[in-house]
Design a protein around this ligand. Structure first.
Ligand code: 1CP
Length: 348
């Protein structure tokens, strides 16, 4: 149980999360699995996204693809943040080109009470996939993940992807007791989902609170952060490195680490040296190349990578990543180049 041990325990990724010396700055990319890879599209042909996520053979192969191709320093499990809800029995579909769509969005207190709980014994497929991956990855760490309660609540309440998250905020203000119950329940299922991955051998976990940046610091601190903290507390694996990430969180950076993270994920809006000041001591940083830069010319890519490597030195430890997920049109060759460049620039 728990796994600070294993061949990946002394990897550069794990060491960077703790602020220990590394042989070179570790690199991985959010959404490295899927998205831009032709071998991913070929493999996914004829299988719905949420089906693929529950097939240990497909999960293993898709997770391995970017590791083989790019030589990244970590794998991230191929899954989706809505999977715990799907496994619990919520009617959700991932529509190609759209994202998760919920058949019956949550609009009332009764809807919150009707939300099914996630039974850990339904996650055998997940444990199987993680065990296979850990065996295949050897010294390369596997990052497990879950969606944070707030970001999952936006999908459940809006019924699908949205920009303003106005219904979500309206529910948060108008129904504070139901809001609290909803986020508590989502925290329990996220913790369960993470624990299964860690106990099967994942070396680190990332909590994606992608849309938390739409909140004021006061609302985030009072109505959301305690539930993200409950995920990490509920995971109850203190030895496992924890990354906490959101988009547009510049104003929230002083709070994000408080959830119990070792690493704060930063998008491209705040330079890493400034982010290190806002986050405070005691945390490593992950980020923060603008994914759109990968669509630009090679000179721009190299200049931005160099800048981020420099600014990352202000942090206790630096895990090089994008500021958000790989864009679907990205040339996979550019991703491989970024891995090589970061390694070259930071080799000790
Ligand atoms: O049919 C397809 O190919 C569906 C596209 C797709 C893929 C490949 C979706 C639908 N999810 C995924 C995989 C996925 N989702 C991973 C795989 C591992 C990796 O990183 O390589 C991960 C980590 C996620 C996490 C995820 N899903 C997040 C958090 C990360 C982020 O980008 O902010 C979010 C917000 C989702 C919801 C979701 N699922 C899929 C889409 C298109 C979306 C976003 C929709 C929206 O804009 O609201």
């Amino acid at each position: 149980m728990g796994t600070a041990a294993g061949p990946a325990a002394d990897s550069d990724l794990v060491r960077a999360t703790r602020g220990l010396p590394v042989s070179r700055t570790p690199v991985w990319f959010m959404r490295q699995a899927g998205r831009s890879l032709p071998e991913y599209r070929a493999l996914r042909e004829g299988t719905a996204m949420l089906q693929a996520c529950q097939d240990p053979d497909l999960v293993t192969e898709i997770t391995m693809q970017p590791v083989r191709r790019h030589g990244v320093d970590a794998a991230i499990l191929f899954s989706d943040i809505v999977l715990p809800l799907v496994v619990a029995g919520v009617d959700i579909e991932i529509k190609p080109g759209v994202g998760p769509v919920i058949a019956s969005p949550i609009r009332t207190v009764a809807d919150v009470d009707a939300l099914p709980a996630l039974e850990p014994d339904r996650l055998d497929f997940l444990a199987t996939a993680v065990r296979r991956l850990v065996a295949e990855l050897g010294a390369t760490p596997l990052i497990g993940f879950a969606g944070a309660p707030f970001t999952l609540a936006t999908y459940l309440i809006e019924g699908g992807p949205s920009k303003e998250h106005a219904r979500t905020k309206a529910f948060m203000y108008a129904e504070p007791a139901a809001w609290q119950r909803l986020l508590e329940r989502l925290a329990v299922s996220a913790a369960t989902f993470l624990r299964v991955q860690v106990d099967a051998g994942a070396s680190a976990v990332q909590l994606f609170d992608s849309w938390a940046g739409v909140l004021s610091a006061a609302d985030y601190a009072g109505r959301v952060l305690p539930h993200s903290r409950a995920v990490f507390d509920g995971l109850a694996r203190p030895e496992v490195p924890k990354v906490h990430f959101g988009v547009g969180t510049g104003e929230l950076l002083p709070l994000i680490g408080d959830a119990g993270a070792d690493v704060v994920g930063v998008d491209w809006r705040v330079p890493l040296d400034e982010a290190a000041r806002r986050v405070g001591p005691g945390y490593s940083l992950q980020g923060n190349l603008d994914p759109a830069v990968l669509l630009a010319d090679r000179e721009t890519v190299d200049r931005e990578v160099r800048r981020i490597v420099e600014q990352g030195k202000a942090a206790r430890g630096h895990v090089f990543n994008l500021g958000h997920g790989v864009l679907p049109d990205t040339d996979p060759g550019v991703l491989t180049h970024v891995v090589e460049l970061v390694h070259e620039l930071t080799a000790r």
